[in-house]
Design a binder for this molecule. Structure first.
Ligand code: CA
Length: 231
């Protein structure tokens, strides 16, 4: 089955161009030209990715992004922003958008971004399904089955969520992990804690496993992207 992309864009010429190109690349395409209609389709239809314009009649792309991520955190969103303003890009990413392109964009660039985002989603899904029973690094020993953590001989107190975050990070060792990935793994669709919640949990884990939590050597911060687990 072809992967399906929802385009939410009010400029007819851009919409038509995108549609033709994406269909030409083998994607299924559905479209909406109004904000509310687009949100509705994102939430009710089976789509694999959303291309979302920022300036839309009725509802801004930022609001739509927030509402989609609140209900379908794993549905990837690429924002199409007309402004080259840095603030717009930062806001979009802070609201959970997976990537953005600035208009006018080249079709090849957009296709490359779509490919990259869809590939990332696959990596995330695979990691989620992978099982891990135990892991050791430095003087840390983790038993995910018994849910026990040790630092040297000292038993560490870890919550279920902290084990889950660490397990996911270990499964994706060396890769950039987004806050959205962690939100999905640990909190799922039930609640929508902010990315700040993720940072707080990571800070707590660092305190337990890092020698110097302020300059970590295992759970690294990756600027404007998320985290990376290394050993
Ligand atoms: Ca627009």
């Amino acid at each position: 089955m072809p992967q399906k992309i929802l385009i939410i864009e009010d400029e007819v010429s851009i919409l038509r161009g995108l549609k033709d190109n994406l269909v030409g690349e083998g994607y299924g395409v559905i479209a909406a030209s109004k904000g509310k209609e687009g949100l509705e389709k994102a939430l009710t239809e089976e789509v694999d990715l959303v291309l979302l314009d920022v300036m839309l009649p009725g509802m801004s792309g930022f609001d739509i992004c927030m509402e989609i991520k609140a209900k379908k955190i794993t549905l990837p969103i690429i924002m199409l922003t007309a402004k080259s303003k840095e603030a717009d890009k930062i806001l979009g990413l802070a609201l959970g958008a997976d990537d953005y392109v600035t208009k006018p964009f080249s079709v090849n660039e957009l296709l490359a971004r779509i490919n990259a985002v869809l590939r990332r989603v696959k990596v995330h899904q695979k990691a989620k399904e992978k099982k891990i029973s135990s892991y050791e690094f430095g003087d840390i020993r983790l038993d995910f089955i018994k849910m026990e953590a040790y630092r040297g001989k000292k038993r560490l107190s870890f919550s279920k969520k902290e084990f889950d975050i660490l397990a996911y990070m270990i499964k994706r060792k060396g890769e950039v992990i987004t806050r959205n990935d962690l939100l999905d793994v640990v909190w799922g669709y039930k609640a929508f804690p902010t990315t700040r919640t993720v940072d707080n949990f990571v800070a707590r884990i660092r305190k337990k496993i890092e020698d110097k939590p302020s300059s970590p050597k295992y759970i690294l911060s990756v600027r404007s992207a998320g985290y990376k687990f290394v050993t």
